[in-house]
Design a protein around this ligand. Structure first.
Ligand SMILES: Cc1cc2nc3c(=O)[nH]c(=O)nc-3n(C[C@H](O)[C@H](O)[C@H](O)COP(=O)(O)OP(=O)(O)OC[C@H]3O[C@@H](n4cnc5c(N)ncnc54)[C@H](O)[C@@H]3O)c2cc1C
Length: 397
């Protein structure tokens, strides 16, 4: 065990991924941002390095790694390329972990094979009129004979247009038109008729992964595509949220990695850059800034690692995942902003990565549950009490 409580294998994994991140991944990061092209070459790199689908159990071709292993990989990659870090999130957490937890044998094999071959699954929850209030979704799946027919619109779907496997959440209705609750269905782009990518969002940052509007028009799927039944294990929506705790830890990790990368750049620059005849790190104003940045990062890392560890044998704890995401996403924005300041005018230039990092890191208080809604989750977990600011009074998002 070392200071962060990592095993020798984890330290080795971390060192291996840091090398990859500092080498080929860093070399492509600016271009990925500028061209807004999904980095398929980095997907191949991750695949060759066995970093895709690491959390998939061995009997489905994965390595059965734990959440902390995935976190170490995501953290290291995100320090140089947040888009590649996000690919590691979505091939190890979120949709894939929901399928591996709740799917049938057939669904697990399908999803595992696709991810291990390089597909980053998309998770489709958010709609134009149902964001934080995901339970208010209007996409519907109507049972018609031995099929479900899905209609509706999702937006801000990460990977829309590059992902093939989609996990789509919809309100399920029986043949008589009675609502059964929210369920999750699998569909494959270009194979399942009625799934159409209709717009790419012009995003502020994280430009190498498309965010898309997806329309479902009479999308016809068999009952065997239902992964999370509306009245399943706990109840469709609750199962979704349990699985989503892994994605939240992953999102917090990307923010942490970006901020650590920016901090390291500022630390190095503060020694190289001289003004008034000495390195700028000899000014106390900047020393205290460095100290504060390092404290925020250490605290964020402890929260993220703690949340990841809480998921041993299941999914990360909802309270710990929400605490980690709120703290890390907000502090990462501040750390990156401070790091940019160390570079003066150079920090504002597109020739350095700081401005890209500042755009990329801004997302993490929004996607995967906003900082406000996650504070509701934290409060709901602490108070064990109905909170009127959610649809049914419970902070369950
Ligand atoms: C880059 C990116 C990637 C994304 N990827 C995906 C994806 O792959 N799949 C997917 O399904 N979705 C995805 N999303 C959508 C994301 O989950 C939503 O944007 C998020 O849940 C917020 O919803 P909204 O944007 O509609 O904001 P709104 O819900 O309209 O919220 C607006 C504001 O009101 C605040 N607010 C709302 N309700 C409350 C409350 N009860 N208490 C206090 N404040 C409140 C919010 O915090 C926010 O500040 C992504 C978003 C982004 C930016």
């Amino acid at each position: 065990m070392n200071a962060s409580g990592l095993s020798p294998e984890q330290v080795k994994l971390q060192a291996r991924v840091r090398e990859l991140a500092a080498g080929p991944v860093a070399a492509r990061a600016a271009e990925v941002d500028r061209t807004e092209q999904y980095p398929w070459d980095n997907v191949e790199l991750l695949k060759d390095a066995k970093l895709l689908g690491m959390t998939i159990p061995q009997q489905y071709g994965g390595q059965g790694k734990n959440w902390l292993d995935a976190v170490l990989v995501i953290e290291a990659l995100s320090a140089t390329c947040s888009v590649t870090g996000r690919i590691a999130v979505e091939t190890n957490m979120g949709a894939i972990s929901a399928v591996m937890a709740y799917g049938s044998e057939e669904q697990k094999k399908l999803a595992a094979d696709m991810v291990l071959a390089g597909d980053k699954p998309a998770i489709c929850i958010t709609e134009p009129e149902a964001g934080s209030d995901a339970g208010g979704m209007t996409t519907r799946a109507d049972k018609k004979g031995n099929r479900y027919v899905i209609n509706g619109r999702k937006h801000w779907i990460t990977g829309g247009g590059v992902s093939r496997l989609h996990l789509i959440f919809a309100k399920v209705f029986d043949e008589q038109g009675n609502e059964e609750g929210i369920g999750g269905f699998l569909a494959i782009r270009d194979e399942t008729k009625g799934l159409r990518i209709t717009k790419r969002e012009p995003t502020m940052g994280l430009r190498g992964i498309p965010e898309a509007v997806i329309d479902f028009e009479d999308m016809d799927v068999p009952p065997s595509s239902l992964v999370i039944p509306p009245r399943g294990l706990k109840k469709g929506f609750a199962d979704l949220m349990t699985a989503y705790n892994s994605q939240r830890v992953g999102a917090a990790t990307v923010a942490l990695g970006i901020a650590e990368g920016a901090y390291q750049l500022a630390l190095d620059w503060s020694e190289k850059r001289h003004q008034f005849g000495r390195p700028i790190n000899e000014f106390q104003g900047l020393q205290w800034k460095l100290a504060d940045m390092s404290i925020k990062l250490a605290a964020a890392q402890a929260l993220v690692y703690g949340a990841a560890r809480s998921g041993e044998g299941g999914f990360p704890d909802m309270l710990l995942a929400a605490q980690a995401k709120v703290f890390t996403s907000e502090n990462a924005i501040q750390v990156v902003n401070d790091a940019l300041q160390f570079f003066g005018a150079r920090g504002y230039s597109r020739e350095l990565p700081l401005e890209r990092m500042a755009r990329d890191v801004r997302m993490f208080t929004i996607g995967g549950g906003t900082a406000e809604v996650l504070r509701n989750v934290v409060a709901g977990q602490l108070l064990k009490k109905k909170l009127p600011q959610t649809r049914d009074g419970w902070a369950k998002a």
